[in-house]
Design a protein around this ligand. Structure first.
Ligand SMILES: NC(=O)c1ccc[n+]([C@@H]2O[C@H](COP(=O)([O-])OP(=O)(O)OC[C@H]3O[C@@H](n4cnc5c(N)ncnc54)[C@H](O)[C@@H]3O)[C@@H](O)[C@H]2O)c1
Length: 249
C-alpha cells in the first residue's frame, strides 16, 4: 500500500519541496494550501499529488479538507504542518490583530490540523512533523509574535509526542534556519542576509530541499524510534552560543 502524506502550505517554498521529495520516494501527497492559483500551478503535472484548498486557521475548513483527503486517498500516514506566516515588527507596533494572525496560522493551524488527522494517524500508526523555526529556539528582535508562535509549536510537538506515543503516532519538530523562500525574502534585507551568512557556521542559507530531506526522513520508517525531538536544520546557527564574528580564526 502506497503511503499518503498531507503537507500544508504546499503551494511553494519548503512545503512544495517536501511534497516533491515524498513523491520521489513513492508516497502519494495531499497538497494543501489557501493560495488556490499557486497551489493549482504547483500541483499541475505532479503525478500522485492532489490539491486541497484550505486555510489551516479555520476549524470548519480544516475538518472539510481532511475529510476530502480521506475520501480521495483513504488514509493519512504523515502530516507535515508546514503552513506559516511571518510578520516581523517591534513589540510596540505589533497590535493584537497582527499578533492573532500569526498565532492563528502558525500555532492554531498546527493544533487544528493535527486534531483533525488524529483518527487517521492512529489507524496507520503515522507521524506528525511540525515546522517551527530557529526563531522558536533563539529569541531575537522583531519576532515577538513569530518567535513566540514557533516556540509554542516546539512545545506543542512535545505535548503531542508525550500523549500520542501510546497510539503509535510519532511527533517531531523541524526548525529550519533561513531559506530563500517568499516568506523569508519578504522580511530579510540584504543586510540581514549578509549578517546571517556571517553568524551561521556553514556560512550560507539552506535550501528548500535540505529542509525537506529532514522532514521526509522523520516521517519515514527510518525514524521509527524517533519521537518528541526538535531538529534544527540550520547550518549550525542554534548551536553556536557566543558566536561572535570577532572570535573567529
Ligand atoms: N524560509 C525560511 O527562512 C524559514 C525559516 C524557518 C522556518 N520557516 C517555516 O517554514 C514554513 C514554510 O515556510 P516557507 O519559507 O516555505 O514559506 P512560503 O511563504 O514560501 O510558503 C508558505 C506556504 O504556506 C501557505 N499558507 C500560509 N498561511 C496559510 C494558511 N492559513 N492556510 C493554508 N496555507 C497557508 C502559503 O500560501 C504558502 O504557500 C513556515 O512555517 C515558516 O515559518 C521558514
Amino acid at each position: 500500500m502506497q503511503k499518503v502524506a498531507l503537507v500544508t502550505g504546499a503551494a511553494r517554498g519548503i512545503g512544495l519541496a517536501t511534497a516533491q521529495l515524498f513523491l520521489e520516494q513513492g508516497w502519494r501527497v495531499a497538497m494543501l494550501d489557501r493560495d488556490v492559483p499557486a497551489l493549482d500551478s504547483a500541483c499541475a503535472g505532479l503525478e500522485g499529488a492532489r490539491a486541497f484548498y484550505c486555510d489551516v486557521s479555520e476549524p470548519a475548513e480544516v475538518e472539510t479538507a481532511v475529510a476530502e483527503v480521506l475520501a480521495h486517498f483513504g488514509r493519512i500516514d504523515a502530516l507535515v504542518n508546514n503552513a506559516g506566516v511571518a510578520d516581523f515588527g517591534p513589540i510596540a507596533e505589533t497590535d493584537f490583530k497582527r499578533w492573532r494572525n500569526v498565532m492563528a496560522v502558525n500555532l492554531d493551524g498546527v493544533f487544528l490540523m493535527s486534531q483533525a488527522c488524529l483518527d487517521a494517524l492512529k489507524e496507520t500508526q503515522g507521524a506528525i512533523v511540525n515546522i517551527a523555526s530557529i526563531s522558536g529556539l533563539r529569541a531575537s528582535t522583531l519576532r515577538v509574535a513569530y518567535g513566540t508562535s514557533k516556540a509554542a509549536v516546539i512545545q506543542l510537538t512535545k505535548q503531542q509526542a508525550a500523549e500520542l506515543g501510546e497510539d503509535g503516532i510519532r511527533c517531531n519538530c523541524v526548525c529550519p534556519g533561513p531559506v530563500r523562500t517568499k516568506l523569508a525574502m519578504a522580511v530579510h534585507s540584504q543586510e540581514i542576509i549578509d549578517a546571517y551568512h556571517d553568524a551561521i557556521p556553514l556560512n550560507r542559507y539552506g535550501s528548500e530541499r535540505e529542509i525537506a530531506e529532514v522532514i521526509v526522513f522523520l516521517c519515514s520508517d527510518k525514524a521509527s524510534y524517533v519521537t518528541g525531538q526538535v531538529v534544527a536544520a540550520d547550518g549550525g546557527f542554534e548551536s553556536t552560543g557566543v558566536g561572535l564574528p570577532a572570535l573567529r580564526r
